[in-house]
Design a protein around this ligand. Structure first.
Ligand SMILES: [Fe+2]
Ligand SMILES: [Fe+2]
Length: 470
């Protein structure tokens, strides 16, 4: 019988002592990698955009409060991106992440570029006829689709910023990020000074980052100069030229944006992360993950609930329980890197699609592992698809390498996958769920954890249905 790993339920709480004070900005800055993944940006995009935005704000002599609001808005600007991923897939029928990546470098005021985008992104794997029908449909609903996608993304992003305690200025900055100086942006077609000042700074910073990474610095400046007065406030474009030749700034931006961001001499870079703030961040990112696909619903919150209940049944308390709760909320954060063509696919997955799915716990571990003080959270989240018989993924860990906390989240995850109501099927009766799980007891899943989930779910479900409440 597989033995429990190195950490068992009666071990002291010492392993779970958090560092005295975590840096709130470092937590958000690291989690922004997950937002880059789901938005089709290159890794570090949000951090680099934040650096450019703060530099631009200094050139414009904005106040310290405005810089703080801008700093957090730029790290969180894509937190609404997962909310329109399923819709993006529905509209174009192709990989939502690639569609988003290409849309950043497309000039939507240029007809030839628009046509090229629609041709490339409409049902790329369909037949000629299917693709032609999709292109006509996309073209017919062009600006309506753009407004809808943009509204979902920006409004959701603004709500998330508010839920994390950011000011109204930060939320407004995100909400109007896609507006254009000439009124051709979305979703509200604001123009000139109707667009909040911080949104105008953020829009330029975001695009300068994308163009300088896609092409090079000078080409990026050529593009933004050409779009001055159309996409961008001319005053922002003028101010940004002040640091075009600052090679040290651009080198730091490319080599280590995370370090450069934390080294910034500004109030935003040195904010402490209280327990309440960390919990708010974990809840917000669990929502971002769950919003990615209608197939996941409130999966992260249910896995959290089951993990905590199993742990409490096993007398796990204190910081250890706090760590387990946060790890279970964030266990699927790596799914933000999986396109909805795969996540929402109703049929059987092809081998390459299955390989993409198997990468998500790796991404979870990598993203969470970047946060100081989150090493246990990263280890637990990264192991949620591992199995006692070594047949899990992505590491193929053995029973001896899987500690109790990892086993708890693995059982909670499987239990929810089987018991939750899905868009394509009703909730499975609890009896049937346990029939399936019992076959894996001490082969793939920990028998004691299975016993615990039975004990905590049975009393509240007299009709034999699994609870769906988060
Ligand atoms: Fe997963
Ligand atoms: Fe999961």
């Amino acid at each position: 019988m597989p033995t429990s790993g190195p950490i068992n339920s009666n071990e002291s709480d010492e392993h779970y002592q958090h560092p005295a004070v975590l840096n709130f900005s470092q937590i958000l800055s690291s989690l922004s990698y997950a937002l880059d993944l789901t938005s089709g940006y290159s890794m570090g995009h949000a951090q680099r955009t934040c650096l450019i935005g703060v530099r631009l704000a200094r050139e414009l002599q904005l106040s310290e409060q405005q810089i703080t609001d801008l700093y957090f808005a730029l790290l969180l600007k894509d937190s609404g991106c997962s909310s329109n991923a399923a819709r993006m897939y529905e509209i174009f029928g192709g990989d939502d992440i690639e569609s988003k990546r290409l849309s950043r470098v497309t000039d939507w005021n240029n007809l030839a570029e628009c046509v090229r985008y629609v041709v490339a992104r409409s049902l790329p794997k369909g037949s000629f006829l299917e693709r032609a029908k999709k292109m006509v449909d996309v073209a017919a609903h062009g600006s309506g689709n753009t407004d809808e996608l943009s509204e979902t993304r920006c409004n959701r992003g603004a709500q998330i910023a508010l839920s994390l305690g950011m000011g109204k200025e930060s939320a407004d900055c995100i909400a109007s990020l896609e507006e254009r100086w000439d009124g051709t942006g979305s979703p509200n077609h604001l123009s000139r000074e109707q667009i909040p000042l911080l949104s105008r700074v953020a829009a330029l910073a975001q695009n300068l980052e994308v163009f300088s990474c896609t092409f090079d610095r000078n080409t990026a400046y050529e593009i933004i100069n050409k779009r001055s007065g159309r996409w961008f406030d001319p005053e922002m474009v003028r101010a940004s030229t002040a640091f075009q030749s600052d090679s040290q700034f651009w080198d730091d931006l490319k080599s280590s944006p995370e370090r450069a961001l934390l080294a910034l001499d500004c109030r935003a870079a040195v904010q402490d992360a209280t327990d309440d703030r960390i919990d708010a961040v974990c809840n917000a990112f669990a929502e971002i993950v769950d919003a990615k696909s209608p197939f996941t619903g409130a999966h992260s919150f249910r896995v959290c609930r089951y993990s905590v209940e199993i742990a409490q049944y096993m007398n796990i308390t204190g910081n250890r329980l706090v760590t387990l709760r946060r790890a279970s909320l964030l266990h699927d954060i790596g799914k933000l890197g999986v396109p909805n063509t795969i996540l929402d696919k109703p049929g059987k997955l092809e081998p390459d699609e299955w390989a993409a799915i198997k990468k998500h716990p790796y991404y979870s571990a990598q993203i969470l592992g970047k946060i100081d003080g989150f090493s246990r959270i990263s280890a637990i989240a990264g192991a949620h698809h591992e199995r006692l018989d070594g047949k899990g993924y992505f590491q193929g860990l053995s029973a001896e390498q899987l500690d109790l906390d990892m086993r708890i989240v693995a059982v909670a995850d499987v239990f929810d996958a089987l018991s939750a109501k899905r868009p394509y099927r009703d909730a499975m009766p609890l009896e049937r769920v346990f029939e399936i799980i019992d076959k894996d007891a001490d082969i793939a899943l920990d028998a004691e954890c299975i016993h615990a989930i039975k004990a905590v779910t049975a009393p509240r479900q007299p009709n034999g249905q699994a609870s769906l409440a988060a």
